[in-house]
Write a protein that binds this ligand. Structure first.
Ligand code: SAJ
Length: 446
């Protein structure tokens, strides 16, 4: 059976299914199709399936022309009909793994996808889970679903985990040129998953089990969360010592070995770094182990929005203005620079905290014209000299590249800069407050 699957991968006669056509699944589907496979993309969203079939794209990194070309050539089709998966020889599952309100894994999408793949599975099928999840998911959820239908993992059906490493908007790294880690339940599973991905991805890294592959992803993103947390704590330390944290970090970054630069900020956002480590923390709690680094990093990172809001209060206080009733412009609400994604963005916490203190808050983000909160839409404002001059404070939360910060400097009264993006501006009108501008320095600035 394994040889038959290998042959169909080699001669591209295999039909590939992708469940979940989001920022992970759609680029992957495109790579399989460009490698010459016929690809059936399955998504529960009728809107997504129909726009893709019209040759459009809802994913920033996937050009519509590429979708249109592959649809026209019959190499890619998108459907909401689950039964179409009965035509495929291999399935990659790339569905969301969010956290619940109590920060526990919400496995509902993975379970639904595993059940769909199982219903449509037939002998010889290869099923690979890509969604970031706790170690054990592949062996405890995906494999048993298939075994229940009488398949023997590694003999007549093959199962592996391969973490997604998609970095939306990254101008250099995309699906094809980012090394792909693969870990199968059995060596035959690993071999087939490796062969499949090797058909369209430049570098494959095999590991000995799905648990190892699941942990690789969690290590990668826990590494970031912990290091961002550490550098945010360094900002708090520098603030208490009256030292410029950016000067310290930039000087430390001159060390050519044994150091990796991270920068402090208003907290962490996105659908990876704030969430992924909690999958590991949750799993380890079930084994009565407390992952202290993860929990501490999360504690520090999640207090940064309040740290920024306190800086705003101190800056206004130096002008003898209360937060209550002040007119504050939040500049940049995306979760990181130069993208249009606001998920988990610390800017939302900064806005909420300021409004809870009675401030009138508006925002400007060149990538995000409006944000939806609790069912209502908050429109962004334009960024003009008059609007900036009318503020009591401008808070830079996200340091998008395409903003005229000098204009803001020329017209604002005070700028609270949580990203050190004003460091090279000509100091004209506004007072600049950084994460480590002390209260004493603020008071003295008047
Ligand atoms: N952040 C800091 N300081 C830093 C780095 C990031 O405050 O030094 C903040 C960002 O502003 C953002 C959050 O942390 O709010 C996460 O930033 P990120 O650079 O980790 O970006 P993400 O969330 O898009 O992470 C993705 C991840 N990719 C995958 O999971 C496949 C991550 O593993 C990548 O390393 C990261 O992109 C990247 O390097 O761009």
């Amino acid at each position: 059976m394994k040889q038959q699957v290998l042959q169909r991968i080699e001669d591209r006669s295999a039909v590939i299914g992708v469940i979940g056509l989001g920022y992970v699944g759609l680029p992957l589907a495109m790579e399989f199709a460009k490698a010459g496979f016929r690809v059936i993309g399955y998504d529960v969203s009728e809107r997504v399936a129909s726009l893709l079939m019209r040759g459009e794209s809802h994913i920033q990194d996937v050009p519509p022309a590429e979708v249109a070309d592959l649809v026209r050539r019959g190499l890619f089709e998108a459907t909401t009909v689950e039964a179409r998966l009965s035509e495929v020889d291999a399935i990659s599952i790339a569905v969301p793994t969010p956290l619940s309100k109590t920060r526990d894994p919400d496995m509902s999408y993975v379970i639904a996808a595993a059940e769909a793949a199982t219903r449509q599975a037939r002998r010889g099928m290869l099923v690979i889970l890509e969604s970031t999840t706790y170690p054990g998911t592949t062996r405890e959820i995906l494999a048993p679903a298939l075994a229940k239908r009488g398949f023997h993992i590694g003999e007549d059906v093959f199962v592996a985990f391969s973490p997604e490493r998609v970095d939306p908007g990254n101008p250099v790294y995309h699906t094809k040129n980012t090394p792909k880690v693969v870990g199968g339940i059995t060596p035959a599973c690993t071999e087939l998953a490796t062969a499949l991905y090797a058909s369209c991805i430049d570098t494959i890294v095999t590991v000995s089990s799905p648990e190892a592959a699941e942990l690789v992803k969690l290590l990668e993103n826990t590494f970031r969360s912990v290091n961002i947390g550490m550098v945010n704590e360094m900002a708090i330390v520098c603030d208490k010592l009256g030292v410029d944290v950016w000067e310290v970090i930039n000087a430390a970054a001159t060390k050519p070995f044994g150091f990796m630069k991270f920068t402090p900020g208003p907290g962490i956002g996105g659908h990876c770094i704030p969430l992924d480590p909690h999958y590991l923390a949750w799993k380890m709690r079930t084994l009565n182990y407390k992952t202290r680094f993860i929990d501490l990093a999360s504690e520090i990172n999640s207090q940064m929005p309040m740290f920024v809001v306190e800086k705003v209060a101190h800056a206004l206080n130096a002008d003898r203005k209360p937060v209550n009733g002040s007119n504050i412009l939040v500049l940049g609400v995306a979760y990181k620079r130069d993208i249009d994604d606001v998920r988990e963005s610390p800017a939302l916490d900064v806005i909420r905290l300021l409004e809870e203190s009675g401030a009138t808050v508006t925002f400007h983000d060149p990538y995000i014209p409006s944000i939806r909160e609790d069912g209502h839409v908050r429109a962004g404002t334009a960024l003009t000299p008059a609007i900036v001059a009318a503020t009591d404070a401008v808070v830079i939360v996200t340091d998008h590249s395409n903003v005229d910060y000098q204009m803001v400097m020329d017209h604002a009264t005070v700028i609270v800069d949580s990203r050190n993006v004003t460091r090279d501006l000509v100091q004209t009108n506004a007072r600049v407050v950084s994460l480590t501008t002390t209260r004493a320095a603020l008071a003295a600035s008047h």
